[in-house]
Design a protein around this ligand. Structure first.
Ligand code: DQA
Length: 144
């Protein structure tokens, strides 16, 4: 099993960026935790971060025939990008949406996710652990 992990815009700044909201764990540390978890789950993961909507769309297209699941934190594109949502619909690969912060406790504009109606489910508010919970859930889903 191979899983694509996508980090969207501004997540390269994790650890330094608004630590009260997003925690002090860096993206590199999150990726190390994900790689360890993948190893113990016995799955392969490929991890990418991009600040560009089109790059994220292309990475989703390229996962066809390569990955059986997508774990995505689209950052602010969650709330704005029909293109990313459409690309997930197009490839028909099961996806789980994750967020470090609980987007439902925040500004109204963050309550809307274009990805949510397409995703298997959403995990929000657990900081870096949202990703690990998401990876577990995605692996469970794929193996069912
Ligand atoms: C985020 C939540 C988004 O609203 C925000 O734009 C982000 C990070 C999160 O992980 O909590 O960039 O996706």
């Amino acid at each position: 099993t191979s899983i694509l992990v996508l980090h969207g815009p501004n997540l390269n700044l994790l650890g330094k960026r608004e630590p009260k909201v997003y925690g002090s764990t860096s993206l590199k540390e999150i990726n190390t935790l994900l790689n360890k978890r993948a190893l113990s789950l016995g799955v392969k993961i490929s991890i990418f971060q991009s600040n560009y909507e089109g790059t994220i769309v292309e990475l989703i297209h390229q996962s066809l025939g390569k990955h059986q699941g997508i774990l995505i934190n689209a950052g602010a594109y969650t709330h704005s990008s029909l293109a990313i949502a459409d690309s997930l619909l197009a490839v028909e690969i099961p996806a789980i949406e994750v967020h470090l912060s609980n987007i439902y406790k925040r500004e109204n504009i963050r309550h809307c996710s274009h990805i949510a109606p397409i995703a298997i489910g959403q995990i929000v508010g657990f900081g870096a652990n949202s990703y690990l919970l998401g990876l577990n859930a995605l692996c469970d889903h794929i193996s069912q």
